[in-house]
Write a protein that binds this ligand. Sequence first.
Ligand code: ISE
Length: 341
Amino acid sequence: DELRVAVVGAGRMGSDHVDRLAHHTLRTRVSAVVDVDVERAGTVAANAGGAEVLSSVDELLASGIADAVVLATPGFLHEEALLKIIDAGLPVLCEKPLTPDPESALRVVEAEVAAGRQLIQVGFMRRFDAGYRRLKETIDSAELGELLMLHHQHRNPEAPAEFTDEMVIHDSVVHEFDAVRYFTGEEITNVSVRIGRTTSRAGTVRDPQHVTVQTQSGLLADVEIFVNAQIGYQVHTQATFENGLVKIGEGSEFELTTAGRSGHEIDAGFVTRFRDAYDLEVQQWVDATLHGRIDGPSAWDGYATAACCAAGVAAQRNGTIEHVELAPKPSFYSSHTGSPA
Ligand code: ISE
């Protein structure tokens, strides 16, 4: 069997996924590349011999040339596309965020529930990172006793000039919201944000910021988010247990020692830092889809993290601890492996 995948959105993530599907993923091929900018779609499709070039989701769904979709347009375009894709009954791997706000995310969740089967996986690729998986196993096995705290550091080399305080939460910290939910298997109940000194290298964004969340059972997790850190792309986690500590994300295969210094390389960006995670995410999605299943992060995970983002932006603005409001979780998602119960 071979899954025919259409990639919608031929920007940075879309073109990376086309390359991955065409050259690094088994049991699939790219049947179409879709972008309003058909020239850009054409250039990307040329890397996946034989892929059709189309300019809209409507055209794609009418063509019948795809069994499944990878949606990699900007987040504000996701809702409209997802509702059409659900209506057509096609499985979709949707890049994060599911949608930019909890109201639209909930509409997508409701449409999926109404369709009666899970079609959406959200692209929280860190769940497929080897370090993340190992830490999750350590937590679940209780071999170090109970998990007490999580400390995250999320650093980017630099942010685009138009990056805003809101985007710090929506684009960047959304990954930690999902990570905390993944590690603990619990929902986040509140979010606060403190902002102190700001680097002279930031544009209008206040940077770094310190975010604290709490889960249903009371666990605290904090995040240093620093999007103009200059040093490269770093995603570290330190987990504090009753009987030990675990650090992930700091290692590297390649350690260099030279005159007067010793250390390892730092990735330039997320495409390389999480390459293995993206590869595994997409291969597992292809294989599950061929078996008529979705077994990665769900639309519910997309909705719950969107609710955390809304609380995070309010916390940034108000300087308060903001409660995260969630709609009741449809039982539809309870059997799902990736999500908190
Ligand atoms: C970007 O959208 C990502 O998803 C990256 O993983 C994150 O590190 C970056 O801050 C975001 O802008």
